[in-house]
Design a protein around this ligand. Structure first.
Ligand SMILES: *Cc1c(COP(=O)(O)O)cnc(C)c1O
Length: 230
């Protein structure tokens, strides 16, 4: 049996240590519990233990969970690849989308978001290691894309997200996170982008390195919930 409260304590301790090593305040860092392919009971346990931010990758699975569980004050983050025919469902059910990688998707999310709802919070996903298999804007394209997203009415551009290449040694992911930090800071110099406040990076195995380079959201699945169902 998993004991989620113990796992949360462990992960929070890792976050605190990494924050303190980087002279950062733990309050700046949000733990996003990645609950994809995890059963309702584990998610509920995490919710009862106080977690409120949940990340999901698969639209159908996520929407079914959101509607089944109806957790008051839960904040749902979509973090998976986005097909255009799924944008409406995402715009209707989520508070955040971390995996926006092109204008077309952002435009559809803005058009389909109910204007009466709060704007949909957006992170632009960056393919920081230029991997052919991974989605994400190139670092070079990021400013132009970010500026266009920032002008869309029903979206609020909050920042950047990245999933670096699987690292063969710890320094490799630290390098990628460092390039993300530098891109984020460059974009924030733009007056239209200066309100961005989110750098979404770091997962179960590399959250310390990400926090060391300024992550404000760490997306943690396995370290909280154990292995996922296949
Ligand atoms: C699955 C996933 C995570 C969580 O990964 P773990 O290694 O289980 O912590 C984080 N971010 C994204 C985008 C994911 O798809």
């Amino acid at each position: 049996m998993h004991n989620i409260s113990d796992k949360i304590t462990e992960v929070n301790t890792r976050i605190e240590k990494a924050a303190s090593a980087a002279n950062r305040n733990t309050q700046e860092i949000t733990l996003l519990a990645v609950s994809k392919r995890q059963p309702d009971d584990l998610l509920l346990e995490a919710y009862r233990a106080g977690l409120r931010h949940f990340g999901e990758n698969y639209v159908q699975e996520a929407v079914a969970k959101i509607e089944r569980l109806r957790l008051p004050n839960a904040v749902w983050h979509f973090i998976g690849p986005i097909q255009s025919n799924k944008t409406k469902v995402i715009a209707d059910h989520f508070h955040w989308v971390h995996s926006v990688d092109r204008i077309k998707i952002a435009q559809r999310l803005s058009d389909q978001r109910n204007p009466i709802s709060a704007p949909l919070n957006i992170c632009l996903q960056i393919n920081i290691d230029n991997e052919p298999s991974k989605s994400g804007s190139s670092a070079e394209q990021a400013e132009e894309t970010a500026l266009q997203i920032a002008s869309m009415p029903n979206l609020q551009l909050r920042g950047l997200m990245a999933i670096p290449q699987i690292a063969s040694h710890p320094q490799q992911s630290a390098d990628a996170f460092q390039r993300m930090r530098s891109l984020y800071q460059t974009l924030k110099k733009h007056s239209t982008l200066s309100t961005m406040d989110t750098l979404s990076m770091g997962m179960s195995t590399d959250m310390e390195a990400a926090i060391g380079e300024g992550a404000t959201v760490v997306r943690v699945g396995t370290a909280l919930f154990g292995p996922r169902n296949s």
